[in-house]
Design a protein around this ligand. Structure first.
Ligand SMILES: Cc1ncc(COP(=O)(O)O)c(C=O)c1O
Length: 423
């Protein structure tokens, strides 16, 4: 099998073969990807989340020390001493797990403290915590929207939102395009019981920010509610790191604020923040919440402290933004296309998927850990290298990545002979 002529999408819906045959063909595809040294998924680290980590090389079995541009731990709070200590103290006091689902014996005082804290941080009346951000998005939408309702979605919303809309109707609008949103709202006007506009605050493959102020205004004008997924925005954007509503000046005006604790908050889990009555409804009707064991105590304790750190140590966010500005200025000066990225996520758009995989293979050999993002994760011919920054990357780390990208960009004909900007 020639993997260069295929993509992961080809194995999603193969007709007329059963699951074992599908798995067989997929394995042949992956073996060829491996032969080409294009297999950059599920690389194994033997260190925690740091800007430089030791990785077990898939191909040689050797341990490589790599500069890591693949983490969503934007403020590096996974390693913050106060956040780590809070987790240790909680595991000693409460043990390793919650022991039961939240409604039937699994809730501890730390869960309630975290729910209150994240609700306050997000400017909402109340909140509910889940064991993953995927579960909080999908579980909320599945609980709220049925066939009489409609979800009006940005085309690039996260998979958890799409999966959450399996029981309802969907109307898509063009990415971050408020004219297209207005047209969609006009089309669905007066036709459905509940209309819910759902967007990401910061888009995970593009790093751009939703124009949430305009989205809220339009939704109100057309009698629709708004839900925003703050996975990549919390802790990163907004003057105080409170996310997209703060950044766009609409705090308190978004009906449902969703998010994850697994990115800038440095742990694992998700949340929904909204008015008290809606949260009460979700507590009893959101199946990914009440049919799933409550969050581990050490995660809850670490996240509580992580929110304190975000509020008390703005210097971390300032360092992250210093890095973002420096990296963006230099990648742009080299001539790379970064789409509309405005945040710590850098989509370096390469185009052809084969070239994306080749560049990633070379980056791996040069000890730079970045992820290839080919079709179907992004549209055809918009394949990219995705790099994300942390507050703890040094200028030296960033310069090494810039040098590597300059060399590879020229070698593979992605950029011309532009120069880096020295600042
Ligand atoms: C935009 C977005 N929403 C939700 C999620 C899911 O969050 P979690 O990793 O906590 O399940 C992710 C990715 O992880 C994401 O990128």
């Amino acid at each position: 099998m020639d993997s260069t002529k295929m993509s992961l999408a080809d194995f999603m819906n193969i007709q007329d073969v059963d699951i074992m045959e599908r798995a067989e063909r997929f394995t042949e595809f992956m073996e060829d990807v491996g032969r080409m040294k294009h297999l950059q998924y599920k690389r194994v680290s033997i260190d925690g989340s740091e800007p430089v980590r030791r990785i077990i090389d898939h191909y040689t079995g050797e341990i490589k020390e790599m500069i890591y541009f693949a983490s969503n731990d934007y403020l590096n709070l996974t390693m913050h001493p106060k956040v780590v200590l809070a987790g240790i103290e909680a595991v000693e006091r409460y043990g390793a797990g919650a022991g039961s689902v939240p409604l039937l014996g699994g809730t501890i005082d730390l869960h309630i403290e975290l729910e209150k804290k994240i609700a306050r941080f997000k400017g909402c009346e109340s909140a509910l915590i889940y064991t993953s951000g995927f579960g909080s998005n999908a579980g909320t939408l599945l609980a709220l929207l049925q066939k009489e309702d409609i979800a009006v979605l940005d085309t690039l919303v996260h998979a958890s939102i799409i999966d959450g809309c399996k029981n309802t109707n969907i109307k898509l609008f063009k990415h971050n395009n408020t004219e297209s949103l207005e047209k969609a709202l006009q089309k669905v006007k007066d036709k459905y019981r509940t209309k819910l506009v759902v967007v990401d605050g910061v888009y995970s493959m593009d790093g751009d920010i939703a124009p949430l102020d305009k989205i809220v205004e339009l939704a109100k004008a057309y009698d629709a509610y708004v839900m925003v997924d703050e996975a990549h925005a919390t802790g990163v954007i907004g003057k105080n790191g409170r996310g997209t509503p703060e950044h766009c000046g609409v705090e308190g005006k978004v009906d449902i604020v969703a998010g994850t604790f697994s990115k800038a908050l440095g742990s694992v889990g998700g949340f929904i923040a909204a008015n008290e009555k809606l949260v009460k409804l979700l507590t009893y009707y959101s199946r990914t919440y009440f049919f799933s064991t409550a969050m581990a105590p050490q995660a809850a304790a670490s996240i509580i402290t992580a929110i304190d750190v975000i509020e008390q140590e703005p210097v971390l966010r300032e360092k992250l933004w210093d890095n973002i500005r420096y990296f963006r200025k230099n990648l742009s000066a080299l001539g790379f296309n970064l789409g509309n990225s405005q945040t710590a996520i850098f989509p370096i758009i390469i185009g052809d998927d084969h070239r994306v995989r080749e560049i990633c293979r070379c980056l791996h050999e040069m000890n730079i850990y970045a992820n290839p993002v080919p079709y179907p994760a992004v549209p055809k011919r918009e394949g990219r290298i995705r790099m994300s920054l942390m507050a703890t990357h040094t200028k030296e780390h960033l310069d090494k990545a810039l040098d590597a990208m300059e060399y590879l960009g020229k070698k593979f004909g992605v950029i011309g002979n532009n120069e880096m900007v020295n600042t």
